[in-house]
Ligand binder design. Structure first.
Ligand code: NAD
Length: 236
């Protein structure tokens, strides 16, 4: 167990966790930038292109082929990291989870205060009439999913070229600004504007838990290059 982190956790009342795709790899969901991540697999287009607003609008069927195969892991279960964060919130030690993930696993683990910067695959709406559609409808269908009204259904996922939701961002900012311990985990900190939010932290306990080095390692007060599920499983 990392004793220093364990002690900081015990002493903290306003922990905020800022995470990314690496939080869910131990649940079987591939991230983007690891060696076996999506960016190192071969497709007709780079994932950044497929997951962009303009690609969605122009080549919707191709978007959905990739999306169904590579982004929808509806049977995935939370791992020790998701579960520990939910536990801290229940005990009144954690004020929020700010995530770049779109898989809904924090909520599945029991977390309530989750700021989903990039939306969620679990919510889908018709672009014409706004009707909500369950994710199972998207997963089990073929081709471009359509609403009864004839409109195209779009996942509530922030694609490249789209803006983040203001309300989610301001909630995340407020939580980070007031945090007494900020733990950043499972993120390459390469995707902006999300990664910029950690600059709002004013405390003196900035912890980074990530398998590989990140551009922010040098400013962290504690850096742990180990699997996050393993690290969190051992924490109080
Ligand atoms: P990323 O792929 O850029 O980086 C993931 C980081 O996590 C890497 O630095 C890697 O070393 C680290 N990592 C992988 N497994 C880990 C583990 N078990 N323990 C600790 N660290 C681990 O992901 P990102 O920074 O989140 O940014 C990319 C974008 O990916 C985000 O916008 C997000 O929306 C999207 N995404 C989400 C999911 C998901 O919802 N699960 C999956 C893939 C991509």
């Amino acid at each position: 167990m990392n004793e220093r982190l364990a002690q900081w956790v015990t002493e903290s009342k306003r922990i905020v966790f800022f995470g990314g795709a690496g939080v869910s790899t131990e649940s079987g969901i591939p991230d983007f930038r690891s060696v076996d991540g999506l960016y190192n697999q071969q497709y007709d287009y780079p994932p950044e292109t497929i997951l962009s607003h303009s690609f969605f609008m122009r080549k919707t069927e191709e978007f959905y082929r990739f999306y169904r195969n590579k982004m929808l892991f509806l049977d995935a279960e939370p791992n020790a990291a998701h579960r520990k964060l939910a536990e801290w919130e229940q005990k009144g030690q954690l004020t929020g989870v700010v995530t770049q993930n779109i898989d809904g696993l924090h909520q599945k683990a029991g977390s309530k205060k989750v700021y989903e910067l990039h939306g969620s695959v679990l919510r889908n709406h018709c672009m014409r009439c706004g009707k909500f559609h369950d994710v199972a409808e998207i997963k089990n269908g073929t081709g471009v999913p359509k609403c009864e009204c004839g409109g195209t259904i779009k996942p509530d996922v922030v694609l490249y070229g789209e803006t983040l939701n203001d309300e989610v961002v301001s909630g995340a900012c407020a939580a980070i600004e007031r945090a007494d311990l900020l733990i950043i985990g499972g993120t390459s900190l390469a995707v902006y504007p999300a990664a910029g939010l950690i600059d709002l932290y004013r405390g003196s306990r900035l912890v980074l838990v990530n398998l590989s080095a990140t551009p922010q390692d040098s400013r962290a007060d504690l850096v742990i290059h180990e699997p996050i599920g393993k690290v969190f499983a051992e924490l109080p």
